[in-house]
Design a protein around this ligand. Structure first.
Ligand code: FAD
Length: 532
């Protein structure tokens, strides 16, 4: 039931944050009519039309639907402070992301298995993707996809002709064509499967929350920010809210699903974190857990942008006729998610799995698309998949309204810059193939065109940006130093779990929505098992 202020203040489970993970949990936990669940979301309802129109997602940036974070100065990026959008509405970041459904490589989950036990390794974990998926495309006999889950996963309805030129270029350069992108080894190229139903965005709120919203045992509180946890000794008994009903009590558990920035921030504000750091900030230490906020990992991306001599890109695609096609038939360029195709490649042949992703967009994607492009162009985004450098989320102050300090630690390891430069060379090789060369007419700033390695490294430092995938700040593990244990319980506290992108022990070689949904599916199972 959607409420702006609850009348019932005691629940069995309180889930904080209605993002990719929180929507899964609220839906799965409330399947049992005997338990009462509250889902508490700081942002408004997801009613803005741009949420539904795939190509319009950059129009949500820096609005009320975005947390609009800024990082600390990044020394290795010329002292730049980077813009970090995060979803602030039902569906969380799945309501303003690029809709790319990319599970990653089996090596990603085998690494999780090493950190947190075999239940998290690929062979055991893969079923949670299938549980979530409702694949609507062509289905080969041994397809990897689930077909009856809550999340619609579809092929793009009207990919750009330029996207086919990119695929042909990949073929010509000897990259493997993948029959399905989401198999255990995604080394190769493919068009991008997207979270869309009939051409419209299909967020975690659409798939999980809306069908559950009528249940009388589920309260969804929007525009209600959680600002701290209530304790009795080490046991968490509830949450304190702002802009809502005050204190909510949890009979069983509080689950933090506030994302890789919000969850560690809430833990620290509530006294769970590095004791020295908490004391310095004047926060009473409830649980000493030095790793809270650490091991922040993100995908840094460099955009190789070139002019296109013909008016066939998405530049200027938001015309009235295209809006009509979209509204009436769910077709046309407005169904584009921009990142229409991908190739996963290695910078060295001996690597176990790809370390670079090339994302193709039939538009010049510069500066997050905040300023709509005026020229026709295309982009190959070069993404560093396994950064060595890590960063940290820290308290920005002790007032709940003070934003956390975000230091992603980009390119703090020299190795990371070297790999990105090699990745840019791969993109340049693709652009030089006859298939793509006929669609290009010279570099578009800030990409300088083909220059020597030193100048290219300077260009990367000067304009690389986030691909929006922060993880790792409440990492799970079997070791005592991890923030969450393999059942995602916060070590040192009782009645408290974290379930969202922050628990990933290592960032995946893909995009982070699919793994977050799958881990939330598994977490729901763990919570129900522990309640028996
Ligand atoms: C612009 C953009 C593009 C992206 N593109 C893709 C893509 O194409 N494919 C992909 O796989 N991934 C993509 N991602 C990443 C992906 O969407 C995220 O990794 C994923 O949604 C994270 O899920 P989460 O549940 O951890 O956090 P979120 O989905 O961010 O949810 C956290 C929720 O908690 C709420 N919250 C936070 N603090 C509080 C509080 N104190 N009280 C109450 N509520 C709170 C937030 O408002 C939010 O709704 C993108 C992300 C962005 C921002």
């Amino acid at each position: 039931m959607l409420r702006t202020a609850g009348t019932t203040r005691t629940y069995d489970y309180i889930v904080v944050g209605a993002g990719s993970a929180g929507c899964v949990l609220a839906a799965r936990l409330s399947e049992d009519p005997g338990v009462r669940v509250a889902l508490v979301e700081s942002g408004p309802r997801d009613r803005k039309p741009e949420i539904r129109i795939p190509a319009a997602f950059p129009k949500l940036f820096k609005t009320a639907y975005d947390w609009d974070f800024t990082t600390a100065k990044q020394e290795a990026l010329g002292g730049r402070e980077l813009y970090w959008p995060r979803g602030h509405t039902l569906g969380g970041s799945s309501s303003l992301n690029a809709m790319m459904w990319v599970r990653g490589h089996r090596a990603d989950y085998d690494a999780w298995g090493e950190a947190a036990g075999p239940e998290w390794a690929y062979d055991a974990f893969v079923r949670y993707f299938r549980r979530a998926e409702r694949w609507t495309g062509p289905t080969p006999r041994d397809s990897v996809y689930g077909t009856d889950g809550p999340l619609w996963i579809s092929p793009l309805r009207d990919p750009s002709p330029l996207t086919f030129a990119f695929l042909a270029a990949c073929h010509d350069r000897g990259i493997t064509g993948l029959r399905e992108l989401n198999g255990p080894d995604h080394s190769g190229y493919a068009t991008t499967p997207v979270n869309q139903r009939k051409g419209r965005r299909w967020s975690a709120a659409d798939g999980y929350l809306k069908p559950a919203a009528r249940r009388p045992n589920l309260d969804i509180l929007t525009q209600t920010r959680v600002c701290g946890l209530e304790f009795e000794g080490k046991r968490v008994t509830g949450v304190v809210t702002q802009g809502g009903p005050g204190t909510l009590t949890a009979r069983r558990e509080v689950v933090l699903s506030a994302g890789a920035i919000g969850s560690p921030h809430l833990l620290m504000l509530s006294g769970i974190g590095d004791p020295e750091r908490l004391r310095e900030a004047g926060v009473e230490v409830k649980v000493a857990s030095p790793d809270v906020g650490r091991h922040l990992q993100d995908h840094l991306a460099y955009a190789v942008t070139v002019r296109c001599p013909r008016p066939v890109t998405l530049t200027g695609a938001d015309t009235l006729p295209n809006l009509g096609r979209f509204l009436l038939r769910g077709r046309g360029p407005l169904t584009s998610n921009l990142g229409e195709a991908v190739a996963f490649v290695r910078t060295r042949p001996d690597l176990v799995a790809p370390d670079i992703e090339l994302v193709f967009a039939p538009a010049p994607f510069v500066g997050h698309g905040l300023t709509p492009p005026t020229e026709h162009g295309l982009t190959i985004g070069v993404v560093l998949l396994q950064p060595v450098g890590e960063g940290r989320i820290d308290l920005g102050g002790t007032a709940v309204t003070t934003l956390p300090r975000i230091d992603p630690g980009y390119l703090t390891a020299e190795e990371d810059l070297r790999r990105l430069v090699v990745g840019v060379r791969r993109a340049e090789q693709l652009l030089a193939t006859p298939a793509l060369a006929e669609h290009t007419a010279g570099p578009l700033a800030p990409y300088p065109g083909v220059v020597d390695d030193e100048a290219l490294a300077a260009a990367v430092r000067g304009s690389a940006e986030t691909l929006y995938h922060p993880v790792g700040t409440c990492r799970m593990g079997s070791d005592e130093g991890s923030v969450t244990d393999p059942r995602l319980r916060v070590r040192g506290a009782e009645g408290l779990r974290v379930v969202d992108a922050s628990v990933m022990p290592r960032i995946t070689r893909g995009h982070t929505h699919a793994p977050t949904v799958a881990l939330a599916e598994k977490a729901a199972e763990l919570i129900l098992e522990d309640a028996r």
